[in-house]
Every structure is written in C-alpha cells, then in structure tokens.
Design a protein around this ligand. Structure first.
Ligand code: ASP
Length: 588
C-alpha cells in the first residue's frame, strides 16, 4: 500500500494515528535542527517534520530532498504548535519516522504553487508541471463535476449518448475545415467535424429521439482568448419537440449544473429576450444583463438643431453611465480615442455631463440648449451625476459600438462581478443575413435551421425585404455577455430544405455534393426535430469565474494554434507526404 491517506485528508481528529503518505515535495526548509517539508498531491498539502533528534540517516535523507521529488513517508499525526488556519490540514503535521524516495526530479523550471513565477510560454511547454498547480487542478475538477452533472441529468431525461465520426465531410457551421488526407483514396480528403450537426439530424431520422454527446469539434479559425481550434461541445438533439420543449429541457440542465456545482439558484423560468430587443437595448446578441446602462435611441430628439453630424445620421443612440459626470477632459479624450480604435470603429464620441450642481455640460453645447440636452438625458433615464455617451451612424453598427462601449464602462465601474450569474435565452433571430459584399444571403445559424412557422409566408417570397423579415426558430443561451450555446428547430422537410439552399444561393449540384446524404434521408420520414449545442469549455470557464477557457482544458493550444509541449503542428517526412500524395508549396 503506497498510502493510507491523501495529502489533503488528515485533521486534528486523526491525532496520534500512524499514517503513510505519498506525494511531491513542494518545498522543504530547515529551522533549527528540524526539517519541514510540504508534501503535495491533488488533494492538498500536508506538512511533514523531521525532528532534530531523529536518526541521523533520516535527517540526512530529508536534507537531500529536492523540489518535486516523489516520496513516501511513514509517520505519526501530531497537533501543530503554530497552526495555519488557511490550510485545511493546518492543525496537524506528520512526525516523519521513515522516508522512501520513490523518484527524484530535475529542478522544475518554475514554482509549482498556487501562484507560479513561470511565464505563460514556459508553463505551456511544461504543461504537465503546470497541471500540478492547485488552480488548474480545481479547474479540471470543476470540468469533471460539470460533465458528470450533464450526463446524470440527460440520462435521467431519457437521452442516449451516441458517438459520431471524426473523419467526415464538411459540416455547415461556416468556419474553415481542418482536413485529413486519405491514403487509401488518393487525392481525397476527410474534413474534421465543425460539429456533429448532420449526424445528429440523421440520428433523429433513425429514430433515436433524444441524443447527446460531449464531443470534440474542430474549426480552423483565428484564435482568441475564448477560442481553441479543437473545443468541446455538449451536443444535443430531440425529436417531436417545439422550441419550448428544447428550452425547458436545457435550462433544466443548466439549473441543475448551477445548483449542484456552484450552489447557485438561477431563475425558473429563465428570461427570454428577442434578438431585436437585445440589439436595440444592449447592442449585442449576447447581452450582459448583470447591469443596466441600456442603449436608448435619441435620433428624433437631436436632429434638426443644426448639428450636421447627427442630422446626417440614420441613427443616434446613447447610454447613461452612472456617476461618471466627474470625468475630466483627459478621461473623455481618452475615451474618445478608445471608441475610435479599429476594434470599436466609431468616428467620434459626444458626451453630456449631468453635473452634481444641476448644470449640464456637453461637447455639443453650441448646438443644443440645456433644456434640449435634458430631454435627451431624460429619454435615457439618466440622473444627476451621470455621463451620457452618444454615438451615431448606421443603426445596427452604432448599436454594436454602443454595446462595446457599454461593456467597457461596465468593466471600468466594476459592474461585471464573475460571481454573479445572469443567464437568459435570446430568441427570434433573423433567419438570414444579407452580405452587401457578396450580394447574397447567409444563414445566420446554419442552413438546417427552420423559419418560425408564422414567417414561412415570407420565406417563400422572392422579395429581399420579405426574406429579411423572416425570424428563425433559433435560440442562444447567453450568460454574462458570453454565448454559451445555441441551436434551432430544424427543417425536416425536403422541399423546405431545397428552398433554403435556393435562398442561400447554393445550387442543386452544390447542395447535392455537400449535403445530398441528408437531403436524401429527409425523404424517408424525417420526424420534426430540433436541438442545440453548448460550448463546454466556455461553460466551465464561466462557472469557474474566468474569461479564458485555456485553464479548463488539460492540453490546450496557444494563440498560434500550437501545442508547444509536443511541438505540433510539425513537418512530416517525405515518405509520409508521398504516401498521402501530397506536395508542399512552402518555400524553405
Ligand atoms: N451545430 C450547431 C453549432 O455548432 C448547434 C446546433 O444547432 O445544434 O453551433
């Protein structure tokens, strides 16, 4: 037996027990003649003490231990003289009677403690050492807990976990595919799934009316803090359901996850907001509703007063930032520069200060009387002491910019507490998105999403305005400004699917080539069905109160999509290239 207890287990009630522990030496220090050792495993840290009057061999062995040596110790649980209330095991220590060195260790390249002195790149290279640190162990433990909650809940609801293949054909999520050359079929390629979308729909045709899978998906996209080229989805599909059935089922799952993993009660039912309201009020289809500061349109109030910038704009909108009327000129100049950054894209910023003394000061005082500005402030629900920030331009673009500004001000004012959770559903998305550049419609979700039944009449119209009005029978689950998941009720009828491809400018041949198998399957009694997928890595990160998903993935990639630990991607040798009928055009 290597150990009788873990390093996080012993308490004062165990005083006097003879125990055997095994773990890693986090650090050791000499104090007088005594040696103190912090022994760590994934359960915690226990202090070991080798007393001054212990056998000389034992004292010598203790002195020889380096950081990250793996040892086994036998000893007795003692009450500590100076207790450490910060550690769960802080009331006790182990008087060491014997040390067995199980393995030595090279000096690790960074400290393996709660907070490490290692930089990000170094820790990525030695990920297996970083993973020994408590924050990462807590992150992976949370991920494990949530995965168990998901499986328990969905199993209880009659869902079957079914695996789908990774070597497939392009899927309809609209990102770039990762491809795998086929040796046995020269000149042809598999695509890795961007999601199991088509397979889960085929499972519905096959009669497996409640499917789920915690599954890896692959998208060759530019990376950001919350994106990885391979990521995990909680992928689900149900037959004989309407939107309400899907939303009720999965908010139930989320409710159970919040309750059992975090002890948090979320509202029942969850709020639902239409995409149009989300855009109008929050300038985002993933609104953070933990704080107000909503966007208000003020176009009619500001036009016709001689300020041509507003007069020439289709839309003028504002947010009232609480308590910021004290912003100095310097602050406002800095904020103006901030909104002009390419990531935000505004041309300028107009401000109105509602000073504490009741006076009003703005950057457009030349054009507006205090009464007119007061009317604008009232329309935005602003109070004395608030700062109005006003942007103008094309409607949706301006709303989006105001949305970005709102989040920034929310961050600056500390209104985005990661321990506060405000989940909601966004519903009634437009089905189609027009691209001026390409002169065609794109599916806002994916081409298998059904229009809302009451909008079908517009779906079959040839007029662009009609098609733009069609709402999708789609929904997103949003938490604290992040989209955690989304899905839709699907088209299950071959004719409607054909019409969808036509609207998207996908000709019959292309449709047949890409999706012939699913169009064909729909001819054999496809049931009404719908589903959704959650981004599991993001779910874990937000539950853990973090923005980046990397800590919640055991072996993530860096911003260049590289795994620097195993040094991948990397070149393959010529023999392998030849076998795969590949030639490289990269110049050495
Ligand atoms: N396959 C979709 C996605 O990955 C989710 C769904 O519609 O179920 O976004």
């Amino acid at each position: 037996m290597y150990r009788s207890h873990t390093c996080g287990e012993l308490r004062i009630a165990d005083k006097g027990k003879k125990v055997t522990l095994a773990g890693w030496v986090q650090k050791s220090r000499k104090l007088g003649g005594m040696t103190f050792i912090d022994l760590r495993d994934r359960y915690g840290i226990t202090q070991l003490v080798v007393e001054a009057d212990a056998a000389p061999e034992l004292v010598e062995k203790a002195a020889s231990l380096g950081r990250e040596f793996v040892i086994q110790v036998e000893g007795e649980v003692l009450e500590r003289e100076s207790k450490n209330p910060k550690m769960p095991t802080g009331d006790i220590e182990i008087k060491v009677l014997n040390i067995n060195i199980l393995n030595v260790s090279t000096v690790p390249p960074f400290t393996i403690e709660e907070v490490s002195d290692g930089g990000e790149d170094l820790r990525a290279k030695y990920r297996y050492l970083d993973l020994r640190r408590p924050p990462l162990q807590r992150a992976l433990a949370l991920r494990h807990r949530l995965a168990q909650e998901i499986r328990t809940y969905l199993d209880g609801e009659g869902f079957m976990e079914i695996e789908t293949p990774y070597l497939i054909k392009s899927t309809p999520e609209g990102a770039r595919d990762f491809v795998v050359p086929s040796r046995m079929n020269p000149g042809t390629f598999y695509a890795l799934p961007q999601s199991p979308q088509t397979f889960k729909q085929l499972l519905m045709v096959a009669g497996y009316d409640r499917y789920f899978q915690i599954v890896r998906c692959f998208r060759d996209e530019d990376l950001r803090a919350d994106r990885q080229p391979e990521f995990t989805q909680i992928d689900c599909e149900m037959s004989f359901v309407e939107q309400d059935d899907v939303l009720n089922t999965f908010e139930g799952m989320m409710r159970q996850m919040f309750k059992n993993a975090l002890g948090v009660d979320i509202p029942n039912p969850l709020p639902r907001m239409s995409w149009y309201d989300a855009m109008d009020k929050y300038g985002s289809d993933k609104p953070d509703v933990r704080f107000g500061m909503e966007i208000h349109e003020v176009t009619p109030l500001v036009q016709g007063c001689g300020f041509s910038v507003f007069d020439d704009s289709r839309y003028v909108g504002a947010i009232a930032v609480p308590g910021c009327a004290e912003y100095t000129r310097k602050h406002l100049d800095e904020l103006t520069e901030w909104v002009k950054r390419p990531q935000v894209g505004a041309k300028g910023l107009v401000y109105v200060k509602l000073n504490a003394d009741g006076s009003i000061k703005s950057s457009v005082d030349k054009f507006y009387s205090p009464e007119q500005l007061k009317a604008v402030a009232d329309a935005c629900g602003a109070a004395t002491g608030d700062l109005l920030l006003v942007l103008c331009g094309e409607k949706r673009k301006t709303q989006t910019r105001l949305g970005v500004l709102r989040i920034e001000m929310g961050n600056r004012l500390g209104l985005r507490d990661p321990k506060v959770f405000a989940p909601l559903w966004i519903v009634d998305f437009p089905l189609l998105e027009w691209s001026d550049e390409d002169g065609r419609f794109y599916a806002m979700h994916h081409p298998f999403t059904a229009p809302k039944p009451e909008h079908e009449k517009w779906f079959y119209s040839d007029k662009k305005e009609d098609l733009e009005r069609v709402c999708a029978n789609a929904y997103d689950f949003v938490l604290n400004g992040t989209e955690l998941g989304g899905g839709s009720i699907r088209i299950h009828n071959a004719d409607m699917q054909k019409r969808m491809f036509e609207v998207l400018g996908i000709g019959p041949e292309e449709a047949e080539y890409k999706f012939g198998f699913i169009i064909n399957a729909f001819k054999f009694g496809a049931p009404p069905h719908g589903g959704l997928a959650f981004g599991f890595d993001r779910v874990c990160a937000l539950f853990g109160g973090q923005e980046t998903i990397r800590d919640y993935i055991a072996f993530p990639k860096n911003n260049q999509g590289r795994d620097v630990m195993i040094d991948s991607p990397s070149k393959i040798d010529q023999v392998q290239m030849d076998e795969l009928f590949l030639a490289s055009t990269v110049k050495e």
